[in-house]
Design a protein around this ligand. Sequence first.
Ligand code: HEM
Ligand code: NAG
Ligand code: NAG
Ligand code: NAG
Ligand code: NAG
Length: 320
Amino acid sequence: MAHSPNSYVALALIFLLIGTSSAQLSENFYSNKCPKVFDTVKSVVRSAVAKERRIGASLLRLFFHDCFVDGCDGSILLDDTSSFKGEKTAAPNNNSVRGYELIDAIKSKVEAICPGVVSCADIVAITARDSVLILGGPFWNVKVGRRDSRTANFTAANTGVIPPPTSNLTNLISTFQAQGLSAKDMVALSGAHTIGKSRCTSFRNHIYNDSNIDNTFAKIRQNNCPKKSGLGDNNLANLDFRTPTYFDNNYYKNLIIKRGLLHSDQVLFNGGSTDSIVKTYSQNDKAFDSDFVAAMIKMGNNKPLIGKQGEIRKNCRRFN
Ligand code: HEM
Ligand SMILES: *[C@@H]1O[C@H](CO)[C@@H](O)[C@H](O)[C@H]1NC(C)=O
Ligand SMILES: *[C@@H]1O[C@H](CO)[C@@H](O)[C@H](O)[C@H]1NC(C)=O
Ligand SMILES: *[C@@H]1O[C@H](CO)[C@@H](O)[C@H](O)[C@H]1NC(C)=O
Ligand SMILES: *[C@@H]1O[C@H](CO)[C@@H](O)[C@H](O)[C@H]1NC(C)=O
């Protein structure tokens, strides 16, 4: 019986379902259930960005840090409690990830129009797309239908699943590979550093100790980032020194002239295997946009909870 044609069909069906679990996400998942969700999210993101353009960068990064730890499942949004340790205080997130209050505000608006329907994980994904578009970058159709986790993983978030800014090229390629993302995806996604800011503590070593940095640029950045650890750790600098609030390909132009802010930025153009990709993106904004979009969709398909898995949280900060 185990070898009957029917059981082969059943097996094939199971593999198909598992193998294409991300295909369960779709652009029109909410078309009937909550047709106004995209407009509602966009209007809140639009007014937040009008007030502070950096928030767009923060929302884009929030999505990345959510997706890398056990998939895009809203796990990063869970608050710590006396009996639960979430991901918020993990090294890459603590005092660094922003945008939680805005996600709360959006969630309340969405709950008001379609209670219990739209996941926090999807809201994060939609805000990332809206942010890129509003800041001058490309549009894409966001796939939705993710559900929210009932777990988080502090250890994973804290220990290298999200690469640190000290990463070398080998580290970057392998941490992205572990998420099913190629070296090219990694270089394209790093272009997110065309917007937003970094704290001194994240780039101090690069501006004082590395040799693959333009000397004038290093001096300028040193002015607001003291050498001594503990001094000015939270002082901010723009990741893209030219157009820090516009989503464009200047990030790659900066790398070509050794003006990447993070060590992990400059290793992408440092005589290694990704130099040619950086060069292409620096010369061809269209190529960057289309590879960035493809990689964002791929990252967004990362192990989503679907169907009856997880839940639709009422409040993004806690389980129902
Ligand atoms: C390639 C590996 C990456 C590393 C090592 C890295 C590291 C960092 C670091 C250290 C910061 C500054 C954090 C701080 O000092 O508080 C930062 C900021 C940022 N990252 Fe990345 N990142 C990477 C990839 C990505 C990806 C894939 C995205 C999104 C697609 C992204 C989006 C951002 C944005 C937008 C900011 C600015 C956030 C803000 O201003 O609030 N990064 N990143
Ligand atoms: C997170 O940051 C706070 C405030 O700066 C600090 O007191 C705390 O120890 C940090 N948490 C972890 C887990 O490192
Ligand atoms: C959390 O992440 C760590 C490190 O990636 C992993 O070893 C562990 O199995 C994960 N825990 C759960 C409950 O998934
Ligand atoms: C990259 O860093 C890892 C440690 O994180 C180290 O083991 C490895 O040798 C480094 N690779 C290169 C090519 O420098
Ligand atoms: C520069 O590198 C040395 C040796 O690794 C280290 O002790 C020092 O803290 C680094 N300086 C900065 C500003 O990161």
